[in-house]
Structures are given as structure tokens and as C-alpha cells.
Design a protein around this ligand. Structure first.
Ligand code: GDP
Ligand code: MG
Length: 439
């Protein structure tokens, strides 16, 4: 039964392996999606070339086309590339753990510093935040205000002190206080400039942080790749925080950052509030970047439904007359996924004499049938007898699906008849329940 279906589908499509030519359209779609999500062009090119190489020759599962399957492969690869699971903050063997924040101005460094402090505090860790942004008086006040809000001490020396010296004394203070973690907020510029880089490098050299986190605004777009390259080459980062993911951005910067630096995204910022910080989940961001949820769902469903074990299971259900409406729905979806009903039926021995008009009727009937089954309760789906016995149940299903009670009665009668017919025919039965029984 299962094998016959597989063959039929392959013949119908004539393409059961992923090849360069049968995924051209999907390739274009994926490229466009990644660019729209602001993944850097070069990163997109490299990534797609890799995936294409890997996907070439992969078997296509039944129920989807090679393009759709390719998109699923892209998605899986995206998840993999961005890191299989979320990576925690570094932890020093001997307290305090030192975390250095880096990034351009306005990306959310100061906010992220407070967010991390709150996050750690919730894990019963004590923190100290250090204010080294002496270039804007407001910056120190901002950190002080946030510190008050979350009840975390802030070390600052005003705007006249040297940032490297503030950082050094900040660590001393942290040791004195005996806190678990010290977070160093730093200044940023609107653009990368040598003074800023030199100062940051000096701070890093002085405090020897366990984690150096690049804070990247998700709206940065194409520039995220260059930005990451510069910071990573000149400072050396060990991770990143992607901020402002609550906005419109699809978050493609994450892929750029990851590909360019090889370092993990550790957290994402999802709002202005101090609580708005989440660990990074690669799978969530991958589907946001790709923005092709429908296709992914379709492929996953097909993968589930064409499970061979499942098919065999269905066959034994048929033989024992345990085939119910759930199985029936599955079979119908399978048909739909495979494309036109007529094309499939024609490949099945004994079914090739069906006329076009009959087929049309068959497709319409399938839609009507599906609507009625969808109005059944879980119980009724798995136990068709309930409906056979209860007129009030049939009336409810009819009302729910917009049909007459007589339609529902006919469905039940046909279904029951079909089921016993299938049982009698046993293994010789083509995999199209209902088609003969309900034209
Ligand atoms: P810094 O210059 O890098 O220190 O950036 P700030 O921490 O001062 O943040 C700049 C602006 O971005 C502020 O208005 C923040 O409220 C805002 N901001 C920071 N993180 C997020 C976020 O995850 N989502 C949103 N919507 N706004 C954020
Ligand atoms: Mg700041």
C-alpha cells in the first residue's frame, strides 16, 4: 500500500531527488527572504551555497515538492548554524565574573547591562554595574537610574575620570563588595572610530573579561556583518546580544553576526523595559528570518503523515475495520498535498478510467467531507458509531459545517459501507478510501 503510493507520487512529479534545476524557484525565494530579513549579502551567498551543496541529491519526501523540501533543509541549516541551543553567560572559576559590553551608540548597551543584571539577580546572583561612558553626562545618570530601579549598585567616577581607570577601580570595588558578577557598560560612537576601539581594547586588556558581548541593534541591517568583523578583529568578542527584536526587523543580523564571528548570540532584547530580555532560541529566530512558516508546517506535516510505520498501521486498521475519521482525514490531506487528485488516481491500477467530470465531483466531495469531519468532536472522529446512533450529534455536525443533516447521514453511511468494503478487499485495496464509496 505505502510503496504503491510512493511510486505513484514519484512518477507524478518525476522528481524525487533534490537537484539544481528543480529547486531554482525555491532558491530564489530563500535568497529574497534572507535579504529581506537583512542578512548581509555575502553571508547569504555563502550560506546558500553551503546548503545547496548539502541538499543536492537529497531524497524528497512524499507529499511535498523538492522546492518545499529544500526550504525545510534551509531552515534546519539555519537553526544549526545559529547554534543548536542557547549559550549561557561565562562564569568565572573565582568571583567576580567580568562581563564587558561593547557596541555602537544607541544599540542598547546600557539597557542590556541592566537587563543582564536583573536576569542574574533573578538567579540569585549579586551584581555590580560599572559606568565608563564619560562622554555623555546623561549616560551615567541613565545607569544610575536603572540601578535604582532594579536595586543593583552602580560604580561611577563622574565624567572627568578616565574610562580605563574607572573600569579598573570598578573591578576592585566588585571584589571588595564580594559580588558574583560585574558588568561594565562602555561608551559607543555613532560609527566605528579608532579612538573608541583603542579605548575599548585598553579596557579589555585591563579587566580581562570572561565574556565580551557585542550589542547589536537588530535594525542594523546589512552593516551588521562589517560591524561584527571590526569589533571581533580589534577587540575579540565571545558572544552577542541582539536588541530591539520587538520591532519590525526579522533579525537577519543574528545570522551575519554568527557567521562572521563564529560567536553565539546569547540573548535577545525584546523591549525597552529591564525585564525585556530573553535567552536566544535559534529555532524561533530561524523561522522569523525565513518567514516561510506555512511551507515549514506543510513539510513537517507531510513528514509525519507519510511515515511508513503510520501507513502500515493504517493498513492493519483497515483490516480490522478500526479505520476511523482521523485516519480518513489523514488520507485526504495526503491526497491534497500530492497535488491534483486526478493525476494521482490515474496512476493507480483500475482507476485510470475515471472521467474528468467524475474527478471534479470527487474533489468537491473531498472538500465537503473534510468540512463535515472538521465539525466532529474528537470522540466522534475516533468512533464513527457515535454519529450513526445519534441524530442530535448528526444535526450538530451539519449545523457546524453548513450542511444538511441528510448530508451527514450519507457521509456516515458511505463511510461505514466503505470501511467494510475495504476490509473485505483487504490488501488489494488501493489507497484511496472513500473515492469509490462517495462520488
Ligand atoms: P546605548 O547607547 O548602547 O547604551 O543604548 P541605550 O541602552 O541607551 O538604548 C538606546 C535606546 O534604545 C533607548 O531608548 C532604549 O530604551 C532603547 N532600547 C534598548 N534595547 C531595546 C529593545 O530591546 N527594544 C526596544 N524597543 N528598545 C530598546
Ligand atoms: Mg549607553
Amino acid at each position: 500500500l505505502a510503496e504503491r503510493l510512493e511510486d505513484a507520487w514519484k512518477k507524478l512529479r518525476g522528481q524525487d531527488k533534490i537537484s539544481k534545476s528543480n529547486i531554482q524557484d525555491a532558491l530564489k525565494e530563500v535568497r529574497r527572504a534572507l535579504l529581506e530579513a537583512d542578512v548581509n549579502l555575502q553571508v547569504v551567498k555563502n550560506f546558500i551555497a553551503e546548503v545547496e551543496k548539502e541538499a543536492n541529491g537529497a531524497e524528497v519526501i512524499s507529499g511535498v515538492n523538492p522546492g518545499q523540501q529544500f526550504i525545510k533543509i534551509v531552515y534546519d541549516e539555519l537553526v544549526k548554524v545559529m547554534g543548536e541551543s542557547n549559550v549561557p553567560l561565562a562564569q568565572a572559576d573565582k568571583a567576580p565574573t567580568i562581563i564587558l559590553m561593547a557596541g555602537l551608540q544607541g544599540t542598547g548597551k546600557t539597557t542590556a547591562t541592566a537587563k543582564l543584571a536583573l536576569y542574574l539577580q533573578k538567579q540569585q546572583q549579586t551584581c555590580l554595574m560599572v559606568a565608563t561612558d564619560v562622554y555623555r553626562p546623561a549616560a551615567i545618570n541613565q545607569l544610575l537610574t536603572l540601578g535604582k530601579q532594579i536595586n543593583v549598585p552602580v560604580f561611577e567616577m563622574g565624567t572627568d575620570a578616565n574610562p580605563v581607570e574607572i573600569a579598573r577601580q570598578g573591578i576592585e570595588k566588585a571584589k571588595e563588595l564580594g559580588v558574583d558578577t560585574v558588568l561594565i557598560d562602555t561608551a559607543g560612537r555613532l560609527q566605528i572610530d579608532q579612538d573608541m576601539m583603542a579605548e575599548l581594547a585598553q579596557i579589555k586588556e585591563t579587566v580581562q573579561p570572561h565574556d565580551t558581548l557585542l550589542v547589536v541593534d537588530a535594525m542594523t541591517g546589512q552593516e551588521a556583518a562589517n560591524l561584527t568583523r571590526t569589533f571581533h578583529e580589534q577587540i575579540g568578542i565571545t558572544g552577542a546580544i541582539l536588541t530591539k527584536l520587538d520591532g519590525d526587523s526579522r533579525g537577519g543580523a543574528a545570522l551575519s553576526v554568527r557567521q562572521v564571528s563564529g560567536q553565539p548570540i546569547k540573548f535577545v532584547g525584546v523591549g525597552e523595559k529591564v525585564e525585556a530580555l530573553e535567552p536566544f532560541y535559534p529555532d524561533r529566530l530561524a523561522s522569523r528570518i525565513l518567514n516561510m512558516g506555512d511551507i515549514l508546517t506543510l513539510v513537517e506535516k507531510a513528514q509525519e503523515e507519510i511515515d511508513l510505520a503510520d501507513m502500515e498501521n493504517m493498513q492493519s486498521k483497515i483490516l480490522e475495520a478500526k479505520f476511523d475519521f482521523n485516519d480518513f482525514l489523514k488520507q485526504m490531506r495526503l491526497l491534497k498535498n500530492m497535488g491534483s487528485l486526478g493525476g494521482v488516481l490515474k496512476l493507480i491500477p483500475g482507476m485510470n478510467k475515471i472521467s474528468g467530470a467524475d474527478l471534479q465531483k470527487g474533489e468537491t466531495q473531498l472538500k465537503r467531507t473534510e468540512a463535515m469531519i472538521n465539525s466532529m468532536t474528537k470522540e466522534e472522529k475516533s468512533n464513527p458509531e457515535l454519529l450513526a446512533q445519534s441524530p442530535s450529534r448528526r444535526r450538530r455536525v451539519a449545523k457546524g459545517s453548513g450542511f444538511e443533516e441528510t448530508d451527514v447521514s450519507k457521509l456516515i453511511k458511505d463511510f461505514t459501507r466503505m470501511r467494510s468494503l475495504m476490509q473485505q478487499m483487504g490488501k488489494g485495496m488501493p489507497a484511496m478510501p472513500g473515492m469509490g464509496g462517495m462520488p
